[in-house]
Design a protein around this ligand. Sequence first.
Ligand code: AMP
Ligand code: ZN
Ligand code: FE
Ligand code: FE
Length: 281
Amino acid sequence: MIDLHTHTNKSDGTDSPRELVNKAIAQGLTILGLTDHDTTSGWQEAAQTLRANLGLALGSEISCLTTDGISVHMLGLLFDGNHKGMQEMLEETRDGRMPRMRKMIEKMQMAGIDISIEDVENARPEGATLGRPHLADALVIKGIINSREEAFNGMLNNDSEFYVSHAAPTPAETIAMIRSAGGVAVIAHPFASLRGKTLTAQDFEGLVAAGLNGIEVDHRDQNPDERNMLRTIAKELDLVITGASDYHGNGKLNALAEFHTDPAQWERLESQADQRRVVWA
Ligand code: AMP
Ligand code: ZN
Ligand code: FE
Ligand code: FE
């Protein structure tokens, strides 16, 4: 089983990289993609935990913003972790997440909600890429809401009055950077409409021109119609089709490997990286 999209407590998941790798081995996965938001800081611990027949596809889920302000997530896999431009891009995005969080908190305080940046810092695991899920956790600890789920269905939704976006590269810039670092780019859950405004079918050609390799089709946030549309687009543009869990530990309902990638699709995707970079024990 091949699951190419998972998170740990290096971003907004709840398992450590070690725990995640152990779970993947226990479930008999053959390839695990480690894709924490805007960071590669879990790579080393994950690689050190590796044993048995599990291969690691190291990567990151990179936050992007179109010029129209649409939020897009790009999975970069199998890129060189020491690539300077890539690390600078990730660092810049992470840096933008703190002022963004302060703005969101300011809006909430103005509305009389008892929450502070310290509360959020206390809810964030050390070194983790800061995100709305940590704000959600802080609100849960304060007894203001009951769960991350409730937060994202209401006050932390993209359409909420409290929502603020953070500075991020465009999808095309991100794809180009992933490819210049030797990796492959797969657009994550592009039609997950329940999260907010999404790209349209016409947008994919430009992404292919930038070097896009694949589309994440099978993902719980995309309904059967959305998946079928994406499958058609992928076939027309000769892109690799993936499926993945987007596992976040206890941070989301998504179960590890609840969706997965066909081995032939994976083989094709892997062959498009500039080197064979899957890590084995
Ligand atoms: P941010 O990057 O700070 O804008 O936060 C977005 C993150 O929140 C995404 O990575 C999602 O994984 C996470 N997220 C979105 N919806 C939910 C939800 N319903 N429950 C838990 N986490 C969610
Ligand atoms: Zn996440
Ligand atoms: Fe995502
Ligand atoms: Fe994700």
